[in-house]
Design a binder for this molecule. Structure first.
Ligand SMILES: Nc1ncnc2c1ncn2[C@@H]1O[C@H](COP(=O)(O)OP(=O)(O)O)[C@@H](O)[C@H]1O
Ligand SMILES: [Mg+2]
Length: 930
């Protein structure tokens, strides 16, 4: 019997093929699409994907395919690796150095701890690589059996699917609808996804299959009997036809009786029949192969089956001849249901034993640790030494590859076999926390409960307290920390616990508070910072104080920076220091500090931390007036936050909305806020201040003044509640302006004066400039001198956008005061500066004012650094650092030709003609208009 030949071709799939073809054509046109081919096993998903591959080739779309396997879920980025590896090889040298993050994922598992990026960066790097591939030629990415894909790969697919519309990519994913794990389910829900659900075969098609299998016409009665026995699932129909052909009966009536016997377990029966017809060696090989999964190496299966390799090869030939295996090298089942059926008779205990032996076979030939671990995952959990060691090793590998969720799965299995292993439980808790899984904190608490020794308890409490605090669960953290302190864990640790406790009590005051803040302040006053514990306590105390001046705040940041190398500080403290530097308007220092955070995030695989740090960087860029860069970074962070589903998307979304408002894109900002932060109370947490601010700014831009004012005043009330009288963010002057236009001049002037006083105390030209503008504008009549002073203060500072705003307000005020010619100069400068910042709304406003002042405003600047597109700027910056075009191409995932084009344009716009002049030309970017 020529079993490997299909009985029939693809039947009744015209509509589905049309959908897939449409996606391919769209990819050719540059507007990518995602199609999910969904359905139960055997419905014909794989066949449709294979058909799509053929169609793609006809359209000159390059095909990259990958298939997930049940027993490879422990290999982080396994699917992505098989999807992109062959493609990467096809790239020229320009792409070879595709960035440390990507190299680490696509590279050798043995590559050791990698470079300086984390999950977010890895996923983004892979995306950039894919985009670069698609830019060369339209590409079809076919991912079959995505329900088995490792979590890290699915994260990438999800990320890609949300951005695919702008790329020449058709992402076609086969998935068993009902079995999809949570991440895949999210892929199913992703917005631009089209779904294809191949239906069961009709009676006619069943007839065609039967005819093909039996080699004769069959009557309607037999056909219908087969249809109802199989439900029209193609695989079942085909297997039934094969089984019927293997035991031929005289006529339709006799055959129909067989149908009754064979169905409903047509597949199992037909596999059993076929296995009965082959040699004992082939049967053993079939079982061994099935243990490895849908595909296996001949050597592995032979070893597990206890066969010599040449005997195994002959056995494989037998299995292919009865159409169980599709390929002999590597051994591959024709369908997973056949594989499952081949194992159906094997008792669970025996199966577990086989999986454990398979793990040893794989380990003996140094297979990817993820594959070894997958065999252990498939076995019943057991606490044996070797198993636990392998699972831990695989988990550590997954953490190195920035896949904490994969690590968590492996450790959970290890723990199921060794419930009493506290070290294991703690590792698992840590992986879960890193993956952003709420179970992590719960588990840490369990570990804590099981620990009686005061020092170990305090260490755990500190770790848990930090995790809870960064999840904004300050109350709970406080209770745990207070408890740990009562255990008297020794001076060093007690200092650290007390410090964390002070933070928690400050942010979530409540009954049971122990004045930790006061105690900490008193203790810290006498410390020199001689030990790591002392430095920790001093840093936390410094961070935690409501500082009255920018200088104090910056000094506090330095205390934190001094403690950071000890490696004890919680991540939130590091991020908090960046925020402090920003509030002190030490923006350069803040950025340098953030760069260090990003670098250090590297090997840890902490998507949450990456998102938080990116959010802070976005704020910094906004205050600097670099709205384009801020938007880019925040969009990435927002996508990551949405994917993590930890509620952090509200925070990042608000930050992004602020940028959009400044950029004059109010409608977009409003839609974004409505999506990520629908109206409702905002909890009183420091982190959520930005939500109040964003809501108020959007309301203001939409002329809902009353709402804007009440939001700003509420923000002010909260800040005061925390002892923060500072002028950042400048909520008072914003509110004052609105109050004044609503006729509440007294209140407006009181607030503006208050902000000015606060700004003088705080120090720094930026806050002073903003506050002066505030007082000038609400004075009656408008105080031109204050506005001029505001412009002077901001000139040469880092807050370019605020500078532009003051220039425009000054010009507008002069214009209203009939000083038309004096109005023009600040308006011109303000317009140009606003334009450079990317603040289209303000620039437009300035233009209107200019016209009213009788000027004929020229077209907005088109030379200088701000005329550069983001890509041109990036290329120019790298060239200025002395990199060659080839190196730049590698760093940015583009071709050398693209780099040359960008650089040529950058030269033109900057008016330079040599690389050596670039640095000077770019350095002017922060200064105002000439
Ligand atoms: N449209 C079809 N017409 C005829 N036979 C089909 C069709 N779709 C699938 N088959 C048969 O069913 C088998 C299983 O299909 P497959 O694509 O592997 O299913 P899935 O991937 O959904 O589990 C195929 O090997 C083929 O024999
Ligand atoms: Mg399939």
């Amino acid at each position: 019997m020529a079993g490997e030949e299909p009985i029939v071709g693809l039947l009744e799939r015209e509509a589905e093929r049309g959908e897939l073809r449409a996606a391919l054509v769209a990819a050719v046109r540059g507007s990518g699409a995602v199609v999910l081919v969904e359905g139960p096993p055997g419905i014909g998903k794989t066949w449709l994907l294979e058909d799509a591959a053929v169609a793609a080739a006809r359209l000159s779309v390059v095909v990259s395919g990958a298939r997930a396997h049940e027993l490879e879920q422990g290999v982080p980025y396994g699917v992505v690796r098989s999807l992109l590896d062959p493609a990467v090889e096809g790239l020229d040298a320009a792409l070879e150095g595709a960035g440390a993050a990507v190299a680490r994922v696509l590279g050798d598992a043995a590559g050791g701890p990698g470079g300086a990026e984390d999950t977010g960066a890895v996923v983004h790097g892979l995306y950039a690589l894919t985009a670069a591939l698609a830019a060369r030629a339209p590409r079809a990415l076919l991912v079959d059996d995505a329900h088995w894909a490792d979590a890290a790969s699915v994260r990438f697919l999800l990320y890609l699917s949300r951005r695919v519309e702008a790329l020449s990519i058709a992402l076609i994913v086969g998935v068993r609808g009902g079995e999809a794990p949570e991440l895949v389910a999210r892929l199913l829900d992703a917005a631009p996804v089209r779904r294809v659900r191949p239906p069961a075969l009709s009676a006619e098609a069943v007839g065609v299959v039967l005819r093909g299998g039996l080699g004769r016409e069959v009557g309607a009665a037999l056909r219908d009997a087969c249809l109802s026995a199989t439900g029209g699932t193609p695989l079942l129909v085909v297997e039934l036809a094969r089984a019927l052909a293997a035991a031929p009966a005289a006529d339709d009536a006799a055959t129909a009786l067989q149908v009754g016997r064979l169905a409903p377990e047509a597949v199992t029966r037909s596999v059993t029949l076929r296995l009965a017809a082959v040699s004992e060696a082939a049967r053993r090989l079939a079982r061994a192969t099935a243990i490895f999964g849908e595909k296996a190496r001949l050597g592995d299966a032979a070893a597990l089956a206890g066969l010599r390799e040449d005997d195994a090869a002959a056995a494989a030939g037998e299995l292919a001849a009865v159409a169980l295996l599709a390929d002999a090298v590597p051994l591959a089942w024709r369908h997973d249901l056949l594989r499952v059926a081949a194992l159906a008779g094997v008792p669970a205990a025996e199966r577990t034993a086989l999986h454990l032996r398979a793990a040893r076979v794989l380990d003996a030939r140094a297979a990817d640790i993820g594959l070894v671990a997958a065999q252990l995952l498939a076995a019943e959990a057991n606490g044996d030494e070797w198993t636990t060691r392998v699972l831990r090793r695989a988990a550590a590998d997954a953490r190195r590859r920035s896949a904490p969720d994969v690590a968590a799965t492996l450790l959970r299995h290890a723990l199921a076999g060794r419930c009493a292993d506290a070290g294991l439980r703690l590792d698992l808790a840590r992986a879960e926390v890193a993956a952003g899984e709420p179970a992590g904190a719960v588990r840490m608490r369990e570990v804590l409960r099981g620990e009686a020794e005061p020092v170990a308890r305090a260490r755990l409490a500190l770790e848990l307290g930090e995790a809870l605090a960064s999840a904004q669960e300050h109350r709970e953290a406080a209770a745990i920390l207070r408890d740990a302190l009562r255990g008297e864990p020794g001076e060093e640790l007690a200092l650290q616990v007390l410090a964390m406790l002070a933070v928690c009590e400050r942010y979530a005051p409540g009954p049971g508070d122990s004045d930790a803040q006061g105690r900490l302040a008193a203790t810290v006053a006498g410390l020199a910072g001689a030990t790591p514990g002392e430095r920790y306590a001093m840093a936390i105390d410094a961070l935690n104080r409501p500082h009255a001046t920018a200088a104090e705040l910056a000094a506090a940041a330095r205390v934190v920076q001094r403690a950071a190398p000890d490696g004890l500080l919680p991540r939130a403290a590091l991020g908090g220091t960046a925020v402090n530097l920003i509030n002190a308007y030490e923006l350069d220092e803040a950025e340098a500090w953030l760069a260090r955070i990003f670098e250090e995030l590297g090997e840890l695989g902490l998507p949450v931390a990456w998102t938080q740090a990116s959010n802070i960087l976005g704020m910094c860029l906004r205050l600097r007036g670099d709205l384009q860069a801020a938007e880019r970074r925040l969009r990435e962070a927002y996508a990551a936050a949405v994917e993590m589903q930890l509620g952090f998307d509200r925070i990042v979304g608000a930050e992004l909305a602020l940028v959009l408002v400044e950029a004059g894109r109010v409608g977009e900002a409003a839609v974004l806020l409505a999506t990520c932060d629908p109206p409702g109370p905002v909890p009183e947490r420091m982190l959520d201040n930005v939500r109040l601010l964003a809501r108020a700014r959007v309301a203001e831009a939409e002329h809902r003044d009353e709402k804007a004012v009440s939001g700003l005043l509420e923000l002010g009330r909260r800040l005061r509640g925390w002892g923060l009288e500072r002028p950042v963010p400048p909520w008072r002057s914003r509110a004052a302006r609105l109050l004044a236009t609503r006729g509440d001049g007294d209140h407006a002037r009181r607030l503006a004066a208050e902000e000015l006083a606060a700004a003088r105390l705080w120090g720094g030209r930026e806050v002073l400039g903003i506050a002066l503008r505030g007082t000038g504008l609400v004075a009656e009549p408008v105080d031109l001198a204050a506005l001029e002073a505001s412009v002077d203060a901001l000139d040469g500072g880092l807050a370019r956008l605020e500078h532009a705003r003051s220039l425009v307000e000054l010009g507008a005020a002069r214009r209203r005061g009939r000083e038309r010619s004096a109005a023009r100069e600040p308006l011109e400068r303000g317009m140009e500066l606003a334009h450079r910042c990317g603040a289209a709304g303000l620039a437009e406003h300035a233009r209107t004012e200019l016209r009213a002042a009788g000027a004929r405003p020229r077209r907005l600047v088109r030379t200088g650094t701000d005329a550069l597109t983001p890509s041109e700027r990036r290329v120019a910056e790298l060239a200025a650092e002395g990199r060659t075009n080839r190196q730049i191409a590698a760093a940015l995932y583009v071709t050398v030709a693209t780099v040359e084009t960008h650089l040529r344009h950058a030269f033109q716009k900057l008016g330079v003609n040599a690389r050596t002049q670039l640095r000077g030309a770019l350095a002017e970017k922060i200064t105002g208009a000439p």
